[in-house]
Design a protein around this ligand. Sequence first.
Ligand code: NAD
Length: 549
Amino acid sequence: MSVFRHIGKSILLKHNQSALTLQASFFHKSHSVKSKNDYLIDTPEYDFLKDIGIERENFGVYNGSWQGSGEVITSIDPGTGRKIANIRMGSVQEMDEAIQIGVKAYEQWSQVPAPVRGDVIRQIGEEMRKYKEPLGKLVSLEVGKIHSEGQGEVQEFIDICDYAAGLSRIYSGQVINSERPEHIILEAWRPLGLVGVISAYNFPNAVFGWNAAIALTTGNSVLWKGAPTTSLVSVATMKILAEVLNRNNLPPIATLCQGGANVGQQLVSDARVKLVSFTGSCATGRNVGVEVQKRFGKVILELGGNNALIVDQDANFQMVLEAALFGCIGTSGQRCTTTRRIIVHEKLYDRLVKELVAKYKQVLPKVGHQLDPNTLVGPVHSQQNIEHYKAAIAEAVKLGGKIAFGGKVIQSDGFYTEPTIITDLPHDSPVVHRETFAPIVYVLKAKSIEQAIAWNNEVDQGLSSAIFTENISNAFKWIGPQGSDCGIVNINTTTNGAEIGGAFGGEKHTGGGRESGSDAWKQYCKRSTITLNHSGKLACAQGVVFNVE
Ligand code: NAD
């Protein structure tokens, strides 16, 4: 994501506006800002930003103290196009220093008993609880997601801290039977060292939380580079962590260096960073994966999705409609798990399109500013999303697609698009196979469950998928070896909105990484296999005799 959206945004928007203008009341009623040059941080209704340590000018680097010597960027409210506050980014040199500091902090932290580390993570979770409301509001403001989704994102951070605190007492290796007398084989999980986390704009708080809570609990130190356009969330989140670390007299085991691609590249290519956990687009992730592999580092890749919701002929139709609505247009289509394709049995196709269009009509008046309590669909994040939305619609129409609903940019000061339904495209159209980070869904008509599964699997990405069926045979087909090839394979629930208890991630071009729950913690560790001989005699495995007597 470039910082392009900070430059000349309002001029660009004027050129791109459609004829449609929503009633203006959604967009401005809660903003008593006088002029476009005013910063939201300076207005009383945004005082909550100060509660979480945000100021008009902020440093984007934390390595035990706050600093920054890179370019200054201005964070923008995508709902109004107004400035929130400024952040001075880190430089490549500061990333290098942060790596050095993180490696040193690891040496001390890795010696701390795991349950004691877990208690520090518990305290971080408690602080997140305390600041959930203002921090969640900042997530909403800076990303563009609605209030409940901003709160939900911080809740994920809290949940993973609870999980990690428990994990610290129970994660363990095993004892394996040896083939040799009076030998025993042990397996132990040890920390890796410094873990680098690079995150995307759409989950600027939770993705760091998933990684940091588990990486720190297992004894690693963590260095984070968040997306430049959500730098305020990075700063506020790190201030909360820093307070807990200081209170516990700990070295900077969690550090931050905000910056663009060059700062990210520094982290990716440095052999002192033992694991790089990267969340972002497939295109960037592919390069990151290759760079880390070149130096034989470890990598977790959490990349793009192209998620399908399959509707079997006997599906619970009401549930399908509700799942499609949240799946397709929740977060304005900007979750990696957003439903981008609905593959529906031909018997239900016409009814589904008609009733989904009716639902979208009900939603349209609820498109508005992300912090307005009446809003269900906020803006997209930036002008770049608007450009991708327009390009996808134009391409779809050129390829023969019909716009059943939406299709236009909404005229306003923010970045708003109409939630859009497109029908009549071939299942394998290039635009259908591409992830467009905007609220567009393609509805495809399938003849059978086998065909629907084949279409689900034919895209490059393999993140999330869902089937709605009451047919037990089809449900098992879906989760079997010839079923969905995704990492997330749901039945009768949405493609989006995963819980922290399971491992999160996907296959193929989604990168293969897993984060969060289940045994994802193992990725933050190296495995030691320990053979212990208590016989007093040396014996080789496989009965090999090797002696000079
Ligand atoms: P992006 O790839 O543009 O940027 C992601 C991060 O990479 C940012 O911090 C960016 O500054 C950094 N970056 C850019 N170039 C880099 C380089 N050469 N080296 C190192 N770092 C670099 O992605 P985005 O637009 O911020 O996010 C949207 C994408 O992220 C979508 O494709 C979405 O599906 C994906 N995503 C995936 C998951 C998941 O868990 N699978 C979760 C959230 C988002």
